[in-house]
Write a new protein. Sequence first.
Length: 281
Amino acid sequence: MRSAIEAACRELITDRVPESALREAMLYSVEAGGKRLRPTLYLIHKQSFGSLSLADYRLAAALELIHTYSLIHDDLPAMDNDDLRRGKPTSHKVYGEALAILAGDALLNTALEELFAICRDNPQYIEAGYIISKAAGASGMIYGQVLDIQAQANDLAGLRQIADHKTGALIGAAIEAAAAVSDLEHRDRLLFKQIARDLGFVFQVRDDILDVESSSDILGKSIGKDADQQKVTAASLLGLEDAKKLETYLIEQIQSSLRQIQTVDIEAITAYYDSLYGRKN
Ligand code: GRG
């Protein structure tokens, strides 16, 4: 799945962006690596809900482009000011700030262009396109980033609000989009919505733990940034031990929701989730 996602990302960019420094900068960040979490989530769920078509790989690639744009912009001096991402110098370190900003813009726009094209060719994908563009936008990921910059969390509810938007929105959209293009029973669709929400939060809690416990060699990005920036995170708010207990609790919630799913074979989904819990990078 990973190589199919990566091929689809490359094709999307080379098909739609003229050969230029812009295309090079877009490919640089997309091909620097990464777990391909969001496209994989989409494809694994869509496959479990039915089957996969070319449109699904195109949609999965669009998700990865949106995510990569958010990382480029998050790393800019005006935001987190990071030098390292996916184990390589950040976009603005290699291409300068102006091109990094434009590469991020172009990744987002290319993804939306592709989503519109998918919907034009396959009208049953319109709801999925709406879910993804909304999740990336001003009431989703961008809103979460603003809350994060303004450091508005001082309790668990505040922390969850930021994580649900900044991290959870796009992760959730990957799962919800797969449900939207499939024939899923209403009850199971609601359960997957809850699972998506908990998965986004557990992913963020682990990210907070890794920022304290891991190394930049393993993570491919700088560590200790949260403490340097005095960010309120699961680790700083609860302490490492309780952050890990929260992680365990969330995983149990997800597992309990999964057990209630009635009409979907959850084997591949469960196996993929299991590979994410306790991740080291
Ligand atoms: C700039 C609009 C805008 C949003 C930025 C993605 C994001 C929102 C910020 C990144 C900062 C951060 C550490 C977020 C928490 C978790 C997260 C989204 C980590 C990065 O995603 P991974 O781990 O990255 O899936 P890879 O490189 O594996 O794709």
